[in-house]
Write a protein that binds this ligand. Structure first.
Ligand code: M6R
Length: 365
């Protein structure tokens, strides 16, 4: 049942290219995103003035990537909320707003309650769900199924990947509907998205051994920091959660520019730092933050694209993912973060697919 892999998690990491294909290909018609089977049309999208993305855990992190991408392309404000906060905050949502609920299981209690609240307040709801026929899928106004296939490992990998893929498709269609990108630009983005499955496969083949080695170097770490800017920051949140869940090593993700406002005081030689730097415009800024932590003794693991090489003054380990269109780099750069978590947990002898204290689906508050 694990298809020759030792754990479901690593099997599911390898299934990502196929999951992406299954999720995006049926939603592309004549080179343009087409979400009409999900109840979403260009006319309908034009009306939304604000977007709220509400979810828990990994699904919420997919929403963070969505925020950066939707705001950048469609120039519409996107608020990302933790479902358990949103539901008790008397949130500022109402008519004219779209509330997007992301959930792998479609049964998460807080996400379900948040969706019911959004409806009660007069907002339209769009659910992005993996489990067919689940409560959240049934109750939403609009529904996009992700086709990750069943995810068994508690630590979500392929479900996150396809949630992001849907965020991109949605952002492209929304930006086009709002007149912020032309049809030509939209088609070009879609055609790049179609290349992602092969690029993810290439990434897996390229970095597996490096990530295994990095995992073995983190075996005795007590605490780690993840840093990045922009999309890389959104991604590092997920990298940090993955590591915590299965390796039981404490970690936090920080916007790289925020370090000097307090957190840098934690840096010693015993605090490894994983820096994600795939966004060209932000590269110089992030690398200068990396040098700052390195100068204070941190063991630095840098994730960047293969066009960039850095010396020992910057990083102790460099993991280079294939160079690809910048907007879509999160779909490649998440792979080393998943693998580092996996191999660190493996080195520590943990139960990877069933980490302590966690359940696959959180159906109670
Ligand atoms: O089923 P959902 O996507 O609603 O679940 C939300 C979170 O419980 C889930 O993503 C959790 O954080 C995962 N274990 C992360 O790997």
């Amino acid at each position: 049942e694990k298809g020759g892999y030792p754990h479901f998690m690593i099997k599911e990491i390898h299934e990502q290219p196929d999951s992406i294909k299954r999720t995006i290909i049926p939603r592309i018609v004549n080179g343009m995103p087409d979400l009409s089977e999900c109840g979403i049309t260009v006319e309908k999208l034009r009306e939304f003035k604000n977007i709220h993305i509400v979810a828990c855990g990994t699904a919420m992190h997919a929403g963070m990537v969505g925020k950066y991408v939707i705001e950048q392309l469609a120039r519409v404000p996107v608020n990302v909320d933790i479902a358990s906060e949103f539901r008790y905050r008397n949130p500022l949502v109402g008519e004219g707003d779209l509330v997007i609920i992301i959930s792998q299981s479609g049964e998460t209690a807080d996400s379900k309650a948040a969706m019911a609240l959004a409806k009660e307040y007069g907002a339209k709801t769009l659910a992005i769900v993996n489990a067919k026929g689940s409560s959240i899928a049934r109750e939403a106004d609009m529904l996009i199924y992700t086709h990750a296939g069943p995810e068994i490992a508690v630590a979500s990998t392929k479900a996150y990947m396809v949630q992001i893929a849907v965020m991109y498709l949605f952002a492209f269609q929304f930006a086009f509907a709002k007149g912020k990108i032309t049809e030509e630009e939209c088609k070009s983005l879609v055609s790049s998205l179609l290349e992602v499955p092969d690029k993810v496969k290439e990434t897996l083949d390229k970095i597996m051994d490096d990530c295994q080695y990095v995992g073995s170097t983190l075996i005795n770490a007590d605490s780690l920091l993840y840093i990045g800017r922009g999309l890389d920051y959104a991604l590092s949140m997920e990298g940090s959660l993955k590591l915590k869940e299965i390796s039981y090593i404490h970690s936090e993700s920080y916007a790289a520019g925020e370090l000097k406002h307090g957190t840098i005081s934690l840096i010693t030689k015993d605090m490894p730092v994983i820096a994600v730097a795939t966004q060209n415009q932000l590269l110089e800024k992030t690398i200068s933050n990396v040098k700052e932590v390195k100068a204070r003794g941190a063991y630095v693991i840098l994730i960047c694209d293969e066009d960039n090489t850095f010396g020992e003054d910057v990083a102790d380990q460099i993991i280079q993912v294939p160079k690809f269109r910048e907007e879509l780099m999160p779909m490649l750069a998440i792979v080393p973060l998943q693998l580092i978590a996996y191999y660190t947990a493996l080195s520590r002898g943990n139960d990877i697919d069933k980490p302590r204290n966690l359940a696959k689906s959180v159906t109670v508050e």
